[in-house]
Structures are given as structure tokens and as C-alpha cells.
Design a protein around this ligand. Structure first.
Ligand code: BES
Ligand code: ZN
Ligand code: ZN
Length: 480
């Protein structure tokens, strides 16, 4: 956690002093440092083409007149404070700065909070399975905020959300031999217990008995049996009741419609929707918004191959009472969600939002950084798009083209689980729509942004924790 101190920037005895600057390059702190230093800081900035743009930075070592071992100018552009925090953390890592100070003079509390949150996001590494190296950097141990005491409450909240994003990343990054439905449920229950959320988990016996036949079908071919995780947050007199549902496929081989090797790699990330929902649960439990009820529901299964695995032309009756003929075992996420959405509806909520790494088609449509938003309600679309903007998570609305719905018809059952080759993200959404007859429902296809093979603006390679911040922003705005 950050400490708030009233120390002049030049006097902070830290490894790294972070000085945020926008494109005007005007900063009182920079002027003071410039006046005391042995180099012309502004001239060096010009020479190095540092213009304060979002994502840019300029590092100085051994400036005289400044106590800090290194000084980092980070560009904030117009308002890219989270990103500036990430850049600061990456620099802290590269100069092995255990103690970091942020010069907050002149910044709004919101900006300071976003910088600290960005530092949390940027410092993250998944090293659980790396045997410790002798000279490994211990990481940033202390963050001092200089001249920014009024930001303290917002910083505390931003840190809670940042930690929840890391919780989601840890779940996504964990290997599929270690993270499977039962262990995911265990992690969820541990978190729920720690933060005081109500929780219930259905095991395979209960799923079978209650008729979650689609979840069971997807998980049939795995040695790891399915689970349905349901956590609840409730405070005051709920004005709005919400269900957040996340796809929790702990590994997606494709099943008998097996994926080619390159497409199968990283399919342990196919529970990114579930991870986002659990991350949001952790954050909301701590932020404690009032007069709201939120259900966090994660249907979880491993989609694998075995003699008893489900197969094309199998027909199952879902929890919501309708039947599905399987045409492709790799379209498994919508099956899990169908059962979970029908269950969520039963809880009598006003609004359901689901998140799922659902289709490659959505990645083709929008690219790897942007999630697709499908919803039957324009007001809900506005709320979610606004929340995603505040969260710095790209989201773009796509249509639920009604004319494509007949693609899901089959003579043998109420529906089949795939449409034609074209518009695959839309027909996946239309499939879900058949199971959620509720006025306010939204589906976020996060197949692109949930997992990244490369370092991005806010996340390193691997699970990104996409969706946690948007969901938290969304729920908090409803409670306000
Ligand atoms: N988990 C995949 C979708 C996915 C693709 C997630 C790429 C992340 C990155 C999903 O279960 C799937 O396999 N979808 C199929 C649907 C098809 C069979 C209709 C797809 O997108 O190819
Ligand atoms: Zn699949
Ligand atoms: Zn999948």
C-alpha cells in the first residue's frame, strides 16, 4: 500500500522518483529538479524526443541535487494515468527500484489513484512455478506519494481493484493441471470466505441431480468433473439486483471437434470470463457498495476427449428446459452459459451480464484488444460502455442480428449449438439469448482481450484480467 508523505520531491530518498508530465511538459516538480540538477532536464527531454505522450518515459540516473537514485519522467498524454503507472512499474523493475516515490503535486486525486493502480498492474508477474533465481529482484516494496494526501481514499480503492485484477490474472495464468473446476471453485470459496461473501458450489452430483445437463455434457470427457460456483454480495435495500456470469472452461481442447495444436495452446485461459467475475467479486466485497445485490456465477468444466466425452449429434436438455443438438463440441462455452444463464434468471435478478472467451470470430471482427458487447437493452449498453471507458478496457457494441437466429434451428431438437461460418460471434450471442428471456441482458465476448501473447499497455503477456475493472465500475455506478 502507498504511504502519503509531505516531502519535497528532490529530498525523497528513494530508488526511483516518478514525475508524471503531460504534453505541455509543465511541472513544478520538474522545474525544481531542473534547477538543482547537473544536466538540463528539459533540453535532454527535447533531445530524446520525450514529449509527455501517453506510454512514453525518460529515465535519468545520478542527477545531482536530487536524493533519488533515478528520476523517471512519465508521459501521461491527455489522461493516460493508469498507463503511466504501468510504465513507471516496468522502469522500477528494470532499475531494480524497491522504493519508489510519485511526485503528485498538481495531479488530481483520481489521477494519483490511477497511477498507483497502474503501478500495481505493471509490477505483476506470474512466477509461481519459477524456481527462485539467486539475484531475483524483490519487486517494489514501498510507494511514497509526495504531496498527494487528498488522494488517499481513492488510492485505497484503486489498489483494491488493481489487486482484484491480479487475482483474476493469477487464475488465468495458472496451468490447467493445477487449475480445474474443483480447484477453481476452491479458490473462489477461499476468496469468498476471506472477504465475507456468501457462497455455494454445486459438484457433479448436484449438477446432475438438478439438471445442469449442458454443463455436465461439456465436462463428461474430463477426469476433472464440472462445478457451478455461485457467490453473493448483498448490502442494504437492493435497488438493483444483478447477476454476473463468467465462462469457466479451465481447458478447451475442442473435444472431438479437436482444435489444431496452435489454437489449443493457451486454452487454459478459456476461464477468463469466470476469472473476471471472481475478480469483480473480490473487489466489490472490499469496496462494499450499498443498496445492491450482486450474484457471481461461474459454470466450470474442462472440455476434453475420452470414450465417454460428448460428441456431435448428441442431444441434451438444458437447465432452462430446452434441448440442444450438438453440432460442434468446440462450441462448448455457450452450453455452459446456457445452463448458468437459466439459473441466474431463476434468482429473480433485473440484469444479467455474462463474460466469455466465446468465439474466435469476435477476435477476427474486433482484433485482440477489444471485447464485443451484445445486448437487448440500449440503456444497459450505455452503462457498460461508460464503465469500460472509465476502466480503460476497450469494448465495442455488435448487433444481435435477429435474421441470423434461424441458423440455430435443427429438425431434431430445440436448437443446435452453432450457426453458419459467417457472423460466428453474433450467432453465439443469439444462442445465449435463447436462454435468457430477461429485459436487461448483456454478453461480453472477451476472447480477444482476456489473454495476450505480448506485453500490452496495461498488462504483460498472459492473462490480462480484462473485465474486472469494467464490472466493478459498472456495479459501483448502479449503487451510487
Ligand atoms: N474458447 C473458444 C474461443 C476462443 C478462440 C477463445 C480464440 C480465445 C481465443 C471457443 O470455445 C471456441 O472454440 N469457439 C469456436 C466456435 C465455433 C466452433 C462455432 C470458434 O471460435 O472457433
Ligand atoms: Zn471451444
Ligand atoms: Zn472455449
Amino acid at each position: 500500500m502507498a504511504e502519503f508523505v509531505q516531502v519535497a520531491a528532490e529530498s525523497a530518498a528513494v530508488d526511483l522518483l516518478v514525475v508524471p508530465v503531460d504534453e505541455t511538459l509543465k511541472s513544478v516538480v520538474l522545474e525544481t529538479i531542473g534547477a538543482r540538477a547537473n544536466v538540463d532536464v528539459l533540453a535532454s527531454a527535447a533531445q530524446e524526443h520525450f514529449k509527455g505522450k501517453a506510454g512514453s518515459s525518460l529515465l535519468f540516473r545520478g542527477l545531482t541535487g536530487v536524493e533519488a537514485r533515478c528520476v523517471l519522467l512519465v508521459g501521461t498524454g491527455e489522461d493516460a494515468f493508469r498507463r503511466a503507472g504501468v510504465v513507471a512499474a516496468r522502469n522500477a523493475k528494470s532499475v531494480r527500484a524497491a522504493k519508489v516515490a510519485i511526485a503528485a503535486t498538481g495531479l488530481s486525486p483520481q489521477a494519483v489513484a490511477e497511477i498507483v493502480q497502474g503501478m500495481t498492474l505493471g509490477a505483476y508477474e506470474f512466477k509461481r512455478h519459477i524456481s527462485s533465481a539467486e539475484d531475483a529482484f524483490i519487486g517494489v516494496q514501498a510507494i511514497l506519494v509526495l504531496d498527494g494526501a487528498d488522494a488517499e481514499p481513492l488510492v485505497r480503492e484503486a489498489k483494491v481493484v488493481g489487486d482484484a485484477v491480479l487475482f483474476a490474472r493469477d487464475l488465468v495464468n495458472e496451468s490447467p493441471n493445477n487449475l480445474y473446476p474443483a480447484s477453481l471453485a476452491e479458490a473462489a470459496v477461499d476468496m469468498a470466505t476471506k472477504h465475507g461473501l456468501q457462497h455455494v458450489v454445486f459438484d457433479e452430483g448436484e449438477l446432475q441431480e438438478k439438471g445442469f445437463n449442458l454443463i455436465m455434457a461439456v465436462g463428461k470427457g474430463s477426469e476433472h468433473a464440472p462445478r457451478l460456483i455461485h457467490l453473493t454480495y448483498s448490502a442494504g435495500k437492493p435497488k438493483r439486483r444483478i447477476a454476473l456470469v463468467g465462462k469457466g472452461v479451465t481447458f478447451d481442447t475442442g473435444g472431438y471437434n479437436i482444435k489444431p495444436g496452435a489454437s489449443m495452446l493457451n486454452m487454459h485461459g478459456d476461464m477468463g470470463g469466470g476469472a473476471a467475475v471472481l475478480g469483480a467479486a473480490q473487489a466489490l466485497a472490499q469496496l462494499a457498495p450499498t443498496d445492491i445485490e450482486v450474484h457471481f456465477i461461474v459454470p466450470s468444466a474442462e472440455n476434453n476427449i475420452a470414450a465417454n466425452a460428448y460428441k456431435p449429434n448428441d442431444i441434451f436438455h438444458g437447465y432452462g428446459g430446452k434441448s440442444v443438438e450438438i453440432h460442434n463440441t468446440d462450441a462448448e462455452g455457450r452450453l455452459l452459459l446456457a445452463d448458468a444463464l437459466a439459473y441466474a434468471k431463476e434468482l429473480g435478478v433485473d440484469t444479467i451480464v455474462d463474460l466469455a472467451t466465446l468465439t474466435g470470430a469476435c477476435v477476427v471482427a474486433l482484433g485482440e484488444l477489444t471485447a464485443g458487447l451484445f445486448t437487448n437493452d440500449d440503456a444497459l449498453a450505455e452503462e457498460l460502455l461508460a464503465a469500460s471507458k472509465r476502466a480503460d478496457e476497450d469494448l465495442w457494441r455488435l448487433p444481435l442480428t435477429a435474421k441470423l437466429d434461424t441458423q440455430l434451428d435443427t429438425p431434431h431438437a430445440d436448437m443446435k449449438n452453432i450457426g453458419s461460418r459467417w457472423g460466428g460471434a453474433i450467432t453465439a450471442g443469439l444462442f445465449l439469448k435463447r436462454w435468457v428471456d430477461i429485459e436487461q441482458w448483456a454478453h461480453l465476448d472477451i476472447a480477444g482481450p482476456a489473454f495476450s501473447e505480448h506485453e500490452g499497455d496495461l498488462s504483460g503477456a498472459g492473462g490480462t484480467g480484462y473485465g474486472v475493472t469494467t464490472l466493478v465500475e459498472f456495479v459501483r455506478a448502479l449503487s451510487a
